[in-house]
Design a protein around this ligand. Structure first.
Ligand code: PLP
Length: 379
């Protein structure tokens, strides 16, 4: 058994990044400023996106996008229940109704087939979630959304560096990334909205800062902008320059991080083949490049007991995610019962995320595999 605890994830932050953050702290300008502008440009360039707006979290970015799309009372928004709660919470907070699409049992992602039957004349938006670093099969869903004139917003929180048919997620459509500490790159907290819809992006840019016409930092004068006017009531979701400079350093390492994640994931895949009762997620059959945000397995039997037993072996795990539709507020408010989303529920009962982050060694993976063998033997 390991002598030290292996956390399920920990951020990789270099001394150069710490020095860059210190420089910003000493510079006299720590909130949204020149580093945010640079980070937005660098991230858009990385994805091949037309434009990007930095925000304080993916959740804040999603709030601005849904507001910009005028999602509100009487509207329905189709999204998987196998997602982080933030999206579904926001749909409700905006007064709209979440409509849950089931996922593929193997890859845990939505498809045109699971979305299309749910469309009504109230459907305002569709929010697919790229899962664990793999890409949703977007083309059929893009066609569906275009045919029906429905907005499409991609939850790309797991998909920094993911490619679909040779293009990075973020290049097409409207995509929202997260830089929470467990994601593929981090800014402490933070997010990025990329979009090929310039009008939408301009609205997001305003909504993330009170609905004003400009930021406090004026890029022309390199200083404080004159008091701007409210165009529409907005939020306070701007990114700080402290976060942005960290993001610039992290972005430069993203491909290297993802390459290491891929090596570790392949090592898991090979080792776990020999262990019955542990089933990793299936890889999509469409053309894509995996960013390996998470390494998820489905556990036969008592999953919660399995996670607790691994913890006793000094191995941390995560649960991404407990199906949203089965959580207290959602079952009570919408009268939802088990059975609505069979593949979502099947996975929600079995999934467990094993440790995966670029700082891990091959020996760490081997420790996890040994611990799994030990835990399964005890059953
Ligand atoms: C992390 C995550 C979010 C939210 O990101 P924040 O930056 O923490 O707001 C949204 N969706 C999914 C699928 C996530 O994993």
């Amino acid at each position: 058994m390991r002598s030290t605890f292996l956390p399920f994830s920990s951020p990789s932050i270099s001394e150069e990044e710490i020095a860059a953050v210190s420089d910003v702290l000493r510079s006299g300008w720590i909130t949204t400023g020149p580093n945010c502008g640079k980070f937005e440009q660098a991230f858009a360039d990385y994805c091949g996106a037309d434009g990007a707006v930095a925000v304080s979290s993916a959740t804040g970015g999603m709030h601005c996008v849904l507001q910009a799309l005028e999602v509100g009372a009487g509207d329905e928004v189709i999204t998987p229940s196998m997602t982080w709660v933030s999206t579904v919470n926001l749909i409700c907070l905006l007064g709209a109704k979440p409509v849950f699409a089931d996922i593929d049992r193997g890859t845990m992602m939505v498809s045109r087939e699971t979305i299309e039957p749910l469309i009504t004349d109230k459907t305002k938006a569709i929010i697919p979630v790229h899962y664990a670093g793999a890409s949703v099969d977007m083309d059929p869903i893009r066609e569906l959304a275009a045919e029906r004139g429905i907005a499409l917003v991609e939850d790309a929180a797991h998909a920094a560096g993911t490619e679909y048919k040779g293009e990075r997620i973020g290049k097409k459509g409207t995509c929202i990334f997260s830089f929470h500490p467990i994601k593929n790159i981090t800014t402490g907290e933070g997010g990025m909205v990329c979009s090929d819809d310039a009008e939408l992006l301009a609205k997001v840019k305003s909504l993330k800062f009170h609905g004003l016409g400009v930021d406090a930092f004026d890029r022309q004068t390199q200083g404080r902008a004159p008091q701007a006017q409210v165009l529409q009531p907005g939020y306070k979701y701007n990114m700080t320059d402290i976060s942005a400079v960290l993001g610039l350093g992290q972005l430069a390492q993203l491909d290297g991080f993802n390459a290491r994640r891929t090596e570790l994931a392949n090592r898991y895949l090979q080792a776990l083949e020999q262990i019955p009762g542990i089933q990793p997620l299936e890889l999509p059959t469409h053309d894509q490049l995996h960013a390996w945000h998470l390494f998820i397995v489905r556990v036969e039997g008592d999953r919660d007991g399995f996670m607790a037993a691994l913890k006793q072996q000094n191995i941390g795990t995560g649960l991404h995610f407990r199906a949203v539709h089965l959580q207290k507020y959602y079952t009570e408010t919408f009268g939802i019962e088990r059975g609505l989303l069979p593949n979502t529920e099947w996975n929600s009962d079995r999934i467990c995320s094993l440790p995966l982050c670029p700082s891990m060694s091959d020996a760490d993976v081997d420790d996890v595999v040994e611990a799994i063998k030990t835990v399964l033997k005890k059953d």
